[in-house]
Design a protein around this ligand. Structure first.
Ligand code: ADP
Length: 360
C-alpha cells in the first residue's frame, strides 16, 4: 500500500521511509507540506504520515487540503506531534487527522498505528467494491427489465385501442389497472437506473454554471405539474456554482417535483433561495405542503423509502431523495430537511464554492 511521508527533518524522514519499506509499504517522501500536497494531487495515497511543524506548509494545512477534496476512498492521516502540540490535538482532529504519534516516535507504536489505519482503508475499499458491484447489478437488472416491460406496454396499448368497449366493463377496468401498474414500473426502473448510474460514473465532470439557469430549465420541465397544481415557484439570489451540471439539475428537479407533489389543500408556494456562508453556498427549497412527521425525517433519504402506500394519491418510487443525497455527497456537501407536519418542509443543501479537485 502506498504511503505519503511529509517530514522536514531529513534524518527522521529517512528513518520513516526505511521503516515503511521494511513493513511492506511503498513510501513516497516529501520535505514539507507543500511538496506533500503537490504529490498528493498527482496520485491518491490511502495512507499519509505528516509532521505537524514544517516550513512552507505545515501538517495541519496539508490535512485540511487532503480533506477538502472528495477522494475515491478514505485517506488515513497520522500526524507526528511534539510535546507542545499534544495540547492542540483537538485542532488536529478538527483539521481531519485520524491519529497522532508523539515525537520522538516509538517504532513499534508507529507500526501498529499504521496497521490499524491500513485495516480501515482496506475495509473501506472492500465496501466500495461491493457497493460498485451492487450498483452494477442494479443497473444491469433494471436495464434488462425494460425490454420485457416495453413488450407488455406496447401489446397493452394495442389491446386497449382495439378492444376497449368490446369486452365487458370488468375487462376494461383490468386493462386500466395493468396500464397503471406498467407506468409505475417504468418510472421505478427509470429512477433505479438513474440511482445506479450515479455510482458508475467516473469522477464527475465539474464545470461552473449559473444556478438560476438550472432553476429556469427545471421549472420549464415541470410546467405541466406546476400549472396543474396552481403552484407558485420562485427563486432568489441564485449564485454561480461549481459542480456536475446534469447532477445538480437532477437534484433540483427532484426537490422541486416533491415540493409540488406533496401538497396539502392550499396551492403550493415553493421558494428556492441561496445564502452565502463563506466557503459554501447554502441552498434551501421550501414548500407549504403536507410536511413530514419528525420520526421519519432521517429515513426519507434512504432508497425506496416512502411514507405513502403505492395506491395513494402521491405516486413515486422512493428513489428521488436517495439520488439527491448521493449527488450532494459526490459534491462534498450536506443535505438535510426541516419539516412541520401540515405546514411544510424546507430541504437544505450546501455546495462548496471552491472547485473541488477530484482524483480519477
Ligand atoms: P418519492 O417522491 O418517489 O416517494 P423521494 O425519495 O423523493 O421519493 O421521497 C421520499 C419520501 O419523502 C416521499 O415518499 C415523501 O413521503 C417524503 N417527501 C419528500 N419530499 C417531500 C416534501 N417536499 N414534502 C413532504 N414529504 C416529502
Amino acid at each position: 500500500m502506498k504511503i505519503l511521508i511529509a517530514e522536514d527533518d531529513r534524518a527522521t524522514r529517512l528513518r520513516l521511509k526505511s521503516h515503511a519499506i521494511s513493513w511492506g509499504y511503498e513510501p513516497v517522501v516529501a520535505a514539507n507540506g507543500r511538496e506533500g500536497w503537490e504529490l498528493f494531487q498527482r496520485e491518491a495515497f490511502p495512507l499519509v504520515i505528516s509532521d505537524w511543524i514544517m516550513p512552507e506548509m505545515d501538517g495541519l494545512e496539508l490535512v485540511r487540503r487532503i480533506r477538502s477534496v472528495p477522494s475515491v476512498g478514505h485517506v488515513f492521516v497520522i500526524l507526528l506531534t511534539s510535546q507542545s502540540e499534544t495540547s492542540k490535538l483537538v485542532e488536529g482532529m478538527e483539521a481531519g487527522a485520524d491519529d497522532f504519534v508523539a515525537k520522538p516516535f516509538e517504532t513499534e507504536e508507529l507500526r501498529v498505528r499504521l496497521r490499524a489505519g491500513q485495516r480501515l482503508v482496506e475495509l473501506e475499499q472492500r465496501l466500495a467494491t461491493s457497493n460498485a458491484e451492487l450498483a452494477a447489478f442494479a443497473s444491469v437488472a433494471s436495464h434488462d427489465l425494460r425490454e420485457p416491460l416495453r413488450t407488455i406496454t406496447s401489446f397493452l396499448g394495442i389491446l386497449e385501442r382495439d378492444y376497449r368497449g368490446k369486452l365487458d366493463a370488468r375487462a376494461d377496468e383490468f386493462i386500466g389497472f395493468i396500464m397503471d401498474a406498467a407506468a409505475r414500473m417504468r418510472a421505478l426502473i427509470h429512477d433505479l437506473l438513474s440511482y445506479a448510474r450515479l455510482d458508475q460514473g467516473q469522477a464527475a465532470a465539474f464545470e461552473t454554471f449559473e444556478m438560476r439557469a438550472i432553476f429556469e430549465e427545471e421549472s420549464a420541465l415541470l410546467a405541466a405539474a406546476i400549472a396543474e397544481a396552481g403552484a407558485r415557484v420562485t427563486a432568489e439570489n441564485l449564485p454561480q456554482v461549481h459542480g456536475d451540471r446534469s447532477q445538480i439539475s437532477q437534484l433540483l428537479r427532484n426537490l422541486l417535483g416533491n415540493a409540488i407533489k406533496y401538497r396539502g389543500d392550499a396551492s403550493p408556494v415553493v421558494r428556492v433561495e441561496a445564502r452565502d456562508e463563506g466557503a459554501d453556498w447554502h441552498f434551501t427549497v421550501s414548500d407549504n405542503g403536507i410536511g413530514i412527521p419528525e420520526k421519519h425525517l432521517a429515513e426519507i433519504f434512504q432508497p425506496f423509502r416512502r411514507l405513502h402506500a403505492a395506491d395513494s394519491k402521491y405516486a413515486g418510487s422512493g428513489v428521488g431523495l436517495a439520488i439527491c443525497q448521493k449527488v450532494i455527497a459526490r459534491h462534498g456537501g450536506r443535505l438535510w430537511v426541516e419539516s412541520e407536519e401540515g405546514k411544510g418542509s424546507i430541504f437544505h443543501f450546501t455546495l462548496a464554492k471552491a472547485p473541488a479537485v477530484l482524483h480519477p
